[in-house]
Design a protein around this ligand. Sequence first.
Ligand code: ZN
Length: 195
Amino acid sequence: MNIVLYPHPALRTKSVPVTKIDANLKRTVEEMFSLMYEAKGIGLAANQVGLPWRLFVINLTGDATKKEEEMVFLNPEIVKRSPATDEDEEGCLSIPDLYGPVTRSSKIIVDAFNLQGENFEVELDELAARAVQHEYDHIEGVMFTDRMSESNFRNVEGVLERFEQEHKRAQAAGHLKSDEELKAELKELASKQGG
Ligand code: ZN
């Protein structure tokens, strides 16, 4: 398992619900946390590791020793978003070293399941609200750069183009499968969870 980079097709896939919580899924979640800490992130969605499932993990401290801060969201729904918004810089482990301002709802209410299969609802604000909105976008196939204002987007467009060129180079060199093959794999992986 590894973190896929923009513009890997997994990042543009609308993920399917998780239908079974088994040892395999628990291992996947553990590996996702490890990769996230290694990359110095605070959140990671399953499709960022090539798995098109509605699942993401968050630890706002980014500290691997603070296990009590770990949050797992399975089949999350943002059931309420405050009309009030905040703008702040975001980054993404799938577009390393690219940062830009994004406007998000200041407060949200999220409904989700934890790894024990229990349903929970939580009200979040500040960084937690921002992180969940960013990760929730991922499982919908949306990147934070899609949400940047036109003028801010223009500042990062060149960087995104370099990622696109690198993606094509890796495919041409045989280090990465073609988009068609990757999409076929994603379909197969989606069918393993989805019903
Ligand atoms: Zn991200």
